[in-house]
Design a protein around this ligand. Structure first.
Ligand SMILES: NC(=O)c1ccc[n+]([C@@H]2O[C@H](COP(=O)([O-])OP(=O)(O)OC[C@H]3O[C@@H](n4cnc5c(N)ncnc54)[C@H](OP(=O)(O)O)[C@@H]3O)[C@@H](O)[C@H]2O)c1
Length: 238
């Protein structure tokens, strides 16, 4: 049986990925702030789920929880970083951006380092970050979220370069979803995948050890359009 840790698995994509991994013979540690949601997931398969209540913006706690899980589980094959938040911020109020920065940028950086250094010590492992197509360009409504996703994508690519250079079987995958129907999405919009469908495609990308993948696949087209669109047109639309 393989071991996985998913940070941010009390709902949404992280939760659905956890369910798929358990079906595929993984022991899975799931974390999040909402203990009640974690307990509900554990009740589905109490022998294969480990739960830890955890806030990624509490950096001491993040180190402690990660170390405890490594002690408890032994070798870790897969670490998935799914925790993430974002709020519109029209007035550029720093108090609105700060939780996004703490959760996505600082929390993410800490976790990436913990996972990569563990894999270096073990001699193997796979780090998966759920970033977003939001990483591609800026956005005037939700600037900190888009910037945080850009930071995450760039950091993950740096780790991918590091892993290549190391010659160790360490893999890094950047998952870039478009719209996925989860509590974060705040309502229906176009080309919105169910969380289950997104998780299935992410699982396939993990098996294939992809460097970067758009979820769902059709979002590769949107990503291309985002990259090519002239800034003046982009400013009008977004
Ligand atoms: N849904 C989309 O359309 C979409 C699109 C592109 C990218 N993404 C990315 O996908 C990832 C997962 O989001 P989702 O759509 O599945 O939304 P979600 O259902 O809201 O899941 C977010 C997860 O992150 C956890 N989390 C948030 N803040 C945390 C904190 N401070 N400490 C620990 N855990 C925390 C939440 O758990 P607790 O609340 O229990 O702490 C929850 O389990 C995010 O990184 C998001 O940016 C989503």
């Amino acid at each position: 049986m393989k071991n996985a840790i998913i940070i941010g698995a009390s709902s949404g994509i992280g939760k659905d990925l956890a369910l798929i991994l358990v079906e595929n013979d993984y022991k899975v540690a799931i974390t999040g702030r909402r203990l009640i949601e974690l307990e509900k997931i554990k009740s589905i398969n109490s022998s294969q789920f480990i739960i830890k209540q955890h806030d990624i913006t509490n950096f001491e706690q993040t180190i402690k929880v990660f170390d405890e899980l490594v002690q408890e589980m032994g070798n870790i094959d897969l670490v998935i970083h799914s925790s993430g938040i974002g709020e519109p911020n029209y007035q550029l109020d720093f108090a609105i951006d700060l939780p996004t920065i703490n959760t996505n940028i600082l929390g993410g950086t800490l976790l990436y380092g913990l996972a990569y250094n563990l894999f270096k010590k073990q001699g193997f492992g796979h780090l998966v970050g759920i970033t977003s197509v939001a990483s591609i360009r800026g956005n005037r409504h939700v600037p900190a979220y888009f910037a945080s996703k850009s930071y995450q994508a760039s950091y993950l690519e740096s780790l991918w370069f590091k892993a290549q250079k190391s010659k160790l079987p360490i893999y890094v995958t950047d998952i870039q979803p478009g719209f996925v129907d989860t509590p974060m999405a705040l309502g229906k919009t176009f080309w919105m995948a169910t969380s289950q469908k997104a998780a299935q495609q992410i699982y396939k990308a993990i098996l294939a050890r992809k460097k970067k993948v758009y979820i769902t696949k059709r979002w590769a087209l949107v990503a291309l359009a985002m990259k090519l669109a002239p800034s003046k047109l982009y400013a009008k639309l977004f």
